[in-house]
Design a binder for this molecule. Structure first.
Ligand code: GLY
Length: 398
């Protein structure tokens, strides 16, 4: 398969976007911790490789009996394990990680044709985007373009959004999480020259900005639209504590999503939105002192509510990037908050012990508390965004 430097450049990952970004100073203690933790993560994932059956992907831990829970490729988290494995290959240069990533991507590859999910950004861009960035192998590019074409089949121009779910009694549900899948589309325009992908991404981001956010810049989880008229039918939650609450991972998806939309379009409205979301999160009176959020900013029982480490990992990675696009004291504030989150995630309160936690890196995430699903467990995407954030920290303080 051909290597093509030109397309590597077109990929324009966040790490390459250094030219207009602020440089930041490293905290030497955190830099040391990041290395120790990445080395630990590599050892932990070496164990995981030997424990996960060949035909599936690791997902979480069973809360009843502590066993490993895996998924098939069509589950929304299927791309995170090979994605993390690529980061660990990039860090260690150990060919075993590359081989493992390629092996697991073979399972996920067929999802490029899946038009029944909005999660193709998560499922495909995390593994295949990193594979393309790291190896330059253009075979990954056609898989990603097919994935982008599948994703845009879910766009309704009357609503101005990509439909999130096909299940439930919703008419046309759109969840804040969907902002994360737009990265695949902005990438597809850069590579193919077809402006339609980015236009759809921008339209989705603009519609979401209009309808998903409250005046304080917290976001609803689900907006249900009338697909015939585009009217908003309902503003609800699915995984949060209440329709009116701020589900923590949802806030994190919004923050990361608008940051990446600014990175890829340079539209200041997206930067402004990301900053508003960051300020909502960081100024929230219910944010704990260690900056690892409760599973919902309005969870019942605070301060005894469960934390969601996955929300912290996504938020930390996004804040590092947002900081680079934000001048002066605010930029430093975002950077310092991300440093504090990462320092605490690297502590024994959240980081697993070697050989424990079903070989996942982080403990104490919450998938969906209202459904009593994945409560206080490791989650494959908490690991992905944590490892990404540690890699970003090392890269952006060079
Ligand atoms: N995207 C699904 C979740 O965050 O749980």
């Amino acid at each position: 398969m051909k290597k093509n430097l030109f397309f590597m450049m077109l990929l324009l990952p966040a790490m390459a976007m250094q030219s207009y970004a602020q440089t930041r100073k490293a905290d030497p203690a955190l830099l040391r911790k990041a290395d120790e933790t990445l080395q630990f993560a590599a050892r932990q994932y070496k164990l995981m490789m030997t424990h996960v059956p060949d035909s599936v992907l690791p997902r979480t831990t069973n809360t009843k009996n502590g066993s490993l829970v895996t998924s098939k490729s069509n589950w929304w988290t299927s791309g995170f394990y090979p994605g993390t494995t690529w980061y660990l290959y990039e860090y260690t240069k150990d060919p075993a990680f590359k081989a493992e990533a390629i092996k697991r991507m073979e399972l996920v590859k067929k999802e490029q044709y899946n038009t029944h999910t909005h999660d193709l950004g998560f499922m495909m861009y995390c593994p295949f985007g990193n594979a393309l960035r790291i190896t330059g192998d253009t075979a990954y590019q056609s898989i990603l373009l097919t994935s982008a074409r599948s994703l845009v089949t879910r766009f309704n121009p009357t609503v101005g959004c990509i439909k999130s779910w096909d299940h439930g009694t919703w008419k046309f549900p759109v969840i804040i999480d969907n902002m994360m899948n737009l990265e695949l589309l902005t990438w597809a325009t850069r590579v193919s020259g077809d402006k339609q992908f980015e236009k759809i991404a921008r339209t989705h981001a603009n519609t979401t900005m209009k309808n998903h956010f409250r005046p304080d810049y917290s976001s609803y989880h689900v907006i249900d639209y009338d697909p015939a008229t585009g009217a908003v039918l309902a503003k609800k939650t699915h995984q949060g504590a209440a329709d009116s609450s701020a589900w923590s991972r949802g806030q994190a998806w919004g923050l990361y999503g608008y940051t990446l939309m600014y990175r890829d379009t340079k539209d200041k409205a997206y930067l402004q939105q990301a900053r508003h979301i960051a300020d909502y999160i960081l100024n929230n009176p219910n944010m704990p002192a260690d900056l690892i959020p409760y599973w919902d900013f309005n969870a019942p029982g605070i301060p005894n509510a469960l934390r969601d480490v996955s929300a912290a990992a996504v938020t930390a990675s996004a804040l590092l990037e947002l900081s680079r696009y934000t001048k002066n004291a605010d930029g430093k504030r975002y950077w310092a908050a991300a440093e504090k989150m990462l320092t605490n995630l690297c502590s024994p309160a959240y980081l697993a012990k070697e050989g424990e936690n079903n070989d996942f890196i982080l403990m104490h995430s919450v998938g969906s508390l209202p459904h009593d699903s994945e409560v206080d467990v490791p989650l494959t995407y908490a690991d992905y965004y944590f490892v990404e954030a540690l890699m970003r920290y090392k890269e952006w303080t060079k």
